[in-house]
Design a protein around this ligand. Structure first.
Ligand code: FES
Length: 510
C-alpha cells in the first residue's frame, strides 16, 4: 500500500475543483432574495428561484462547497440508515410517511436532472442497504423492516454481503442513487448564473437589520437590501430566539478514498449500529475507488482524530484490500432533537427569514428536499411538508435529548475549559503537534509545524467563549460547544463563530 495521505483533502474537491472564483461583496447591493451558504442547499434553492424569475444573491463565507457539501459521501437515498421505525414512534406514521415522500421527491429531482447525462455527473442508480453485524442490530433491522411494511416502502432482504465484512441481515431500498456532488452542483451553478443569479465568496453574512426593508450585513459591513433571506449555512448566523444553539448538535465524521484490490459489485451500504461504516464506490480517474466513512463523534470532544482514519483504513483493508490510499477527509453535520431537519421560517414572527439545517449526515437528499420546500415557501405556495420540517416544532427523540443534555452543556464546557491544566510545555512539543501550553502564564493553543515553527492562538472560541480543543487529524482548533472550527493560525473554518481566534506571539528565542 502507498503511504497514508499526510493531510486531509476531499476526494471530490481535489478531483473536480470548484467552478470559478467569485469576488467578495465590495459595495452595498439590492436584490430580491439573499441566500447565505454556497453548498447544495443554497445552490439548489438559488437555481430553483432563478428559474422562476427571481433575483437572487448567494453569499458564501469561504469558497463554494467548502462546507459539508464538498465532504459528503454523496449518497442520494431515502434510506438514511435506520430511521423509519424511530420516526413512526416519535412523529407518527403520517409524519414518517411524509419524511419518506420528501426524501423520495429529492431523489427524483436529482435523478431527473442527472439521468440524461449520467456520465457527466458520475450518476448511477444503486441499491441502498443497511446491514446488521450482531444480534442487537439484527433486531433493529427487523423493526425497520416492519416500519417499511407499514409505510409501503419497497425493500429486499438478504443475508450476507458480496464483500468481506460480517453481516447477518441486509435491508435494501432499490433504485436509490450516487453521484459526484461537485460535478452536479457546478452544472446547477452555471445555470443559476446564466439566469442572472449572483455569487459572492469570502462574504460571510453576520447580522440582519430588519425594518421597512431587510438588510443582510456582511463581515466587512456591506449591506444587501432584500425582501427574503435563506440561511443555509449550518448553524444559522442569527438565532432570532429560535434557540438553535440548544437544538442542534454538531458532529464530525470521517471518510477515506482507496483504490481497492478486490472487485466490488456495487451498491451503497451502511452498518445498522456502531461503529458506523458507510460504503460506496466512485468513479476514479483510471479505475473505481471505494469510499469508506464512519467514526462520528460530537465536534471538539476528541483530540486524537487520526485514530478514526486508522480505524477506517483497517476496515477498508479487510473488506476490499487497499492497493492505493488516495484521500482522507472529514465532514461536519448537525443533528436536530427529533432527527428531522429544521426547514422553514426561522421563527413565527420572522416570516421572511428561512433556515435549513440539521441534515444528520444525509445532506444530498435533505438539502434538496430543503431547496424544494424553501422555493415554495418563498413563493408563498402550499407544500405538503411545511409542518413536518417547521423549525418551530419542539419535539425531541428521548435518546437524542439525553445526549444533547450531556453534550451541549455550554456552561459546563466553559468552566471545564478554564480549569483544565495545560497539556505540556513548549519544550515538550514534537514537530507537527498541537497542544494547550502555558505561555507567559496564559493558556495558549500552540501548533508546532513540521519545520518546528510555533503558531499560537488564544483557544477561547470567539462565539460564546468555550475553550477549543486540538484536532490532530485536521490540525484545527475545534469548539466543543457549538462546533466552530479554526485553523491552527486561528481563521474560522466552520461557524457559528465568524471572528478569528486571537493570534499570540511566542518569543521562540526563550
Ligand atoms: Fe459556540 Fe464555540 S462557543 S461555537
Amino acid at each position: 500500500m502507498e503511504k497514508r495521505p499526510a493531510y486531509s483533502s476531499s476526494y471530490w474537491l481535489e478531483e473536480e475543483n470548484q467552478a470559478g472564483t467569485f469576488p467578495p461583496v465590495q459595495e452595498d447591493l439590492e436584490t430580491e432574495i439573499v441566500i447565505a451558504g454556497g453548498g447544495l442547499t443554497g445552490i439548489t434553492t438559488g437555481y430553483l428561484l432563478a428559474q422562476k424569475g427571481h433575483k437572487v444573491i448567494i453569499l458564501e463565507a469561504r469558497e463554494l462547497f467548502s462546507g459539508t457539501t464538498g465532504y459528503t459521501t454523496a449518497k442520494v437515498t431515502a434510506q438514511h440508515g435506520l430511521i423509519y421505525d424511530e420516526l413512526i414512534s416519535h412523529i407518527g406514521l403520517e409524519g414518517a410517511r411524509k419524511f419518506y415522500e420528501a426524501s423520495n421527491q429529492a431523489l427524483n429531482f436529482i435523478s431527473t436532472y442527472c439521468s440524461s447525462q449520467s456520465e457527466k455527473y458520475d450518476f448511477s442508480f444503486q441499491g441502498a442497504s443497511v446491514f446488521a453485524t450482531n444480534d442487537d442490530e439484527q433486531r433493529q433491522i427487523e423493526l425497520e423492516q416492519k416500519a417499511y411494511e407499514k409505510l409501503d416502502i419497497p425493500f429486499e432482504i438478504a443475508s450476507g454481503l458480496s464483500f468481506d465484512a460480517t453481516a447477518k441481515t441486509v435491508l435494501t431500498m432499490k433504485q436509490q442513487a450516487q453521484f459526484h456532488p461537485i460535478k452536479y452542483l457546478k452544472a446547477l451553478l452555471e445555470e443559476f448564473i446564466q439566469l442572472g443569479g449572483k455569487v459572492f465568496e469570502h462574504s460571510p453574512a453576520v447580522s440582519v437589520e430588519e425594518g421597512s426593508q431587510m438588510k443582510v450585513v456582511t463581515a466587512t459591513g456591506r449591506k444587501i437590501t432584500c425582501q427574503k433571506l435563506v440561511v443555509g449555512s449550518h448553524f444559522p448566523f442569527i438565532d432570532k430566539k429560535g434557540a438553535y444553539f440548544s437544538r442542534l448538535q454538531p458532529q464530525r465524521s470521517y471518510l477515506i478514498a482507496v483504490e481497492p484490490q478486490n472487485e466490488f459489485e456495487g451498491g451503497m451500504y451502511i452498518t445498522a449500529g456502531n461503529p458506523v461504516r458507510s460504503i460506496r464506490q466512485a468513479a476514479g480517474q483510471d479505475s473505481f475507488i471505494m469510499l469508506i466513512g464512519g467514526e462520528g463523534h460530537v465536534t471538539g470532544r476528541e483530540s486524537n482524530t487520526l485514530s478514526n482514519y486508522l480505524a477506517l483504513e483497517a476496515y477498508a483493508d479487510e473488506a476490499f484490500g487497499i492497493k492505493q490510499y488516495l484521500n482522507r477527509w472529514s465532514a461536519q453535520d448537525l443533528i436536530t432533537l427529533d432527527k428531522v431537519p429544521y426547514i422553514g421560517p426561522i421563527n413565527q414572527s420572522s416570516p421572511n427569514i428561512f433556515v435549513a439545517t440539521g441534515y444528520r449526515k444525509w445532506g444530498m437528499t435533505n438539502g434538496t428536499a430543503a431547496a424544494l420546500l424553501l422555493s415554495d415557501l418563498i413563493e408563498e405556495k402550499d407544500n405538503p411538508y411545511i409542518d413536518l420540517f417547521t423549525p418551530s416544532r419542539f419535539k425531541a427523540d428521548p435518546s437524542v435529548k439525553q445526549a444533547f443534555a450531556a453534550n451541549m452543556e455550554v456552561a459546563g464546557e466553559l468552566i471545564k475549559g478554564k480549569l483544565e491544566p495545560a497539556d505540556k510545555t513548549l519544550d515538550e512539543m514534537e514537530n507537527d503537534e498541537g497542544a494547550i501550553v502555558k505561555v507567559n502564564g496564559q493558556k495558549t493553543g500552540v501548533y508546532k509545524d513540521p519545520q518546528g515553527q510555533f503558531h499560537a492562538v488564544d483557544p477561547t472560541c470567539t462565539h460564546m467563549g468555550c475553550e477549543c480543543n486540538w484536532n490532530d487529524g485536521e490540525r484545527t482548533w475545534d469548539c466543543p460547544c457549538h462546533g466552530s472550527r479554526f485553523s491552527y493560525t486561528g481563521e474560522v473554518i466552520e461557524g457559528p463563530a465568524f471572528m478569528s481566534l486571537e493570534s499570540i506571539t511566542i518569543d521562540q528565542t526563550e
